[in-house]
Design a protein around this ligand. Structure first.
Ligand code: HEC
Length: 229
């Protein structure tokens, strides 16, 4: 579904029509400095001062460490240049002037099977919580509904609804660690059924055992919430 050349519609709803734009070196980002591209990713502000809208999870990307952010920038610079002009997203809702105060620097969280590292992976890096938290007027309701699921996605597959991934019985309480890892990395439930898009199982398959254990450890301690909060 997703490829790095962009140019596909990500979501269409009454609030916005979002397109994933070309971010290869063949696009306008070629003219942006590394700092400018980094700021667009982590703070959602383009060099011309305009703000990037949903569904890009800027509020989570604000937590990306400098090391990881600049690794992403370096990686994007190595993509094959593609000159395809992709449509821009349109918003019928006002975008905020910024997602928070300017960010000077974010320190790396040491890798290891810790709740802190799991939280970093499930948030800024793999943005599990963006999709698995219901959306309110001002974005995902992290403060009150963290991980409760119930966010709807529309696409060629029909409609999928993100699952509750808290420690509640409506959530992950009934799954073993091995079952959870198989769902995250393969998109297959314990009964053998395949999970629907748009969760990026194929990307998560690249997670190391340490990464996966940290994410599972973190999810297990999310306060239990019923489906959809
Ligand atoms: C782009 C949105 C998106 C992202 C990002 C995402 N998910 Fe999901 N996830 C979904 C949707 C939608 C479903 C439901 C799929 C279905 O109905 O078949 C789902 C299902 C699941 C399930 C199955 C639960 C069950 O009871 O069936 C688990 C576990 C899960 N996600 C964990 C994660 C974790 C952990 C991450 C981050 C590493 C993550 N998800 C990232 C959208 C997402």
């Amino acid at each position: 579904m997703a490829n790095e050349l962009g140019g596909f519609m990500v979501e269409k709803n009454p609030a916005f029509e979002a397109w994933a734009v070309n971010i290869t070196p063949g696009s306008r980002v070629a003219d942006w400095s590394d700092q400018e591209l980094a700021r667009a990713i982590r703070e959602g502000i383009r060099p011309d001062g305009t703000v990037i809208g949903p569904p890009m999870p800027i509020s989570l990307y604000r937590g990306l460490s400098d090391d990881d952010l600049y690794s992403i920038v370096a990686f994007l610079r190595t993509l094959p240049a593609n000159g395809t002009a992709t449509p821009f997203s349109t918003y019928n809702i006002p975008l905020p002037p910024a997602y928070g105060p300017p960010i000077e620097s974010v320190a790396a969280i040491p890798a290891g099977v810790t709740v802190a590292y799991g939280e970093y992976l499930a948030g800024p890096v793999a943005h599990c919580l963006e999709c698995h938290t219901p959306m309110g007027e001002r974005g995902p309701m992290f403060d009150t509904h963290l991980g409760a699921g119930g966010f709807e996605f529309h696409g060629p597959w029909g409609t999928s609804v993100s699952s509750n991934i808290t420690s509640h019985k409506d959530g992950l309480a009934g799954y073993s660690d091995a079952e959870l890892k198989a769902m995250i990395t393969q998109g297959v439930r314990p009964d053998g059924s395949r999970m629907l898009p748009p969760m990026g199982y194929h990307h998560y398959a690249a997670m190391t055992e340490t990464d996966l254990n940290a994410v599972v450890l973190y999810l297990r301690q999310l306060p239990p919430l019923p489906e959809g909060g």
